[in-house]
Design a protein around this ligand. Structure first.
Ligand SMILES: *Cc1c(COP(=O)(O)O)cnc(C)c1O
Length: 320
């Protein structure tokens, strides 16, 4: 298996130019004072459709040939990948089918349909979504794009940290949230190329530390779907491509609890006036927990997304 390289991230950045937002890098003197480091927040909660996933999806779809464009794209997801694929397909004028569980949140279904995709529902308890997706892909001549384990997806995700380090200059540490590893592996490619001394860490929910276990044992560990408020990181295992890069280029993987995520979420809302979804808080929660080790140093934080129901957001940040 050939792993993608930083050159592929550069090519992805050229495809995204003029289509993805160049998201802001925010600072917070309160955060710097409270946790004793110099933080640079790359705010992908301000990306199109509200998360970094637009980058990977748009990059992958941009590479389709004429036949693939005509057939369109199919994906299974109830989260940000669904919206990223739907929006990218609309921008590139191709059909999109998103396979979602019948019990997916109504808001997510509506958002995906709003971007013009066809939504096909399946029963989580009786149907195999991968088999269903493969059958539909074949019947309709569509190309399937997975949420993380694909070279074009992960190199697209890597463009966020490329922008970050180009703007800030070398960093000492970089914290990135970890689900299936598309964002972390792409970020690691960029960090290794642009700031070779920078330490790169993945942060995942304590309840689902398959990435940490995989990193430590050297093989991909599979787990049951973890119970955590970080719904974007409820993956059961890393991918072949993502793990190949993570084990080579990442320095360590940390975990945080849901309580630590809520603390970071409150900080973003109260001090930086930002809505960040629980999964988007993983990286900063991990950095806070590692405050002693990063004291006085320059620390990049990738805020991955901001898609959360307002009622859920309100309930999570409400004073206890
Ligand atoms: C998908 C997602 C993640 C996890 O990304 P992976 O590439 O699967 O590791 C993190 N945060 C948000 C907001 C996401 O949508």
């Amino acid at each position: 298996m050939q792993l993608p390289t930083y050159d592929d991230v550069i090519a992805a950045a050229a495809r995204l130019e003029g289509h993805a937002h160049r998201t802001p890098v925010l600072r917070s003197s309160t955060a710097n004072a409270r946790w004793g480091a110099e933080f640079f927040f790359k705010c992908e909660n301000f990306q199109r459709m509200g998360a970094f996933k637009f980058r990977g999806a748009f990059n992958a779809l941009s590479k389709f040939d004429a036949t693939q464009r005509k057939g369109g794209v199919i994906a299974f997801s109830s989260g940000n990948h669904a919206q990223a694929i739907a929006l990218s397909a609309r921008l590139l004028s191709m059909p999109a089918v998103i396979v979602m569980p019948k019990d997916a949140p109504a808001a997510k279904v509506a958002a995906t349909k709003g971007y013009g995709a066809e939504v096909v529902m399946y029963d989580r308890f009786t149907e195999d979504r991968e088999a269903l997706t493969r059958r539909l892909a074949q019947e309709r001549g569509m190309t399937m794009i997975p949420p993380y384990d694909h070279p074009d997806v992960l190199t697209g995700q890597g463009t966020a940290v490329k922008e970050l380090i180009e703007e800030t200059g070398p960093l000492d540490h970089l914290f990135v949230c970890l689900g299936g590893g598309g964002l972390l592996s792409g970020s690691a490619l960029s960090a290794r190329a642009l700031a070779p001394e920078c330490k790169v860490y993945g942060v995942e929910p304590e309840a689902g530390n398959d990435g940490q276990q995989s990193f430590r044992t050297g093989k991909i560990v599979h787990i049951e779907t973890p119970k955590t408020i970080a719904d974007g990181a409820q993956t059961q295992h890393l991918g072949e491509y993502t793990f190949g890069i993570i084990r080579r280029d990442v320095d360590d993987i940390f975990t945080v609890t849901d309580e630590q995520l809520v603390e970071a979420m409150r900080f973003f809302a109260e001090r930086m006036k930002m809505v960040v979804e629980p999964t988007g808080c993983l990286a900063f929660a991990g950095a806070i927990a590692a405050a002693k080790a990063i004291e006085g140093q320059r620390v990049g934080i990738v805020i991955s997304g901001g898609n959360v129901d307002l009622s859920r957001f309100a309930a999570l940040i409400a004073p206890q």
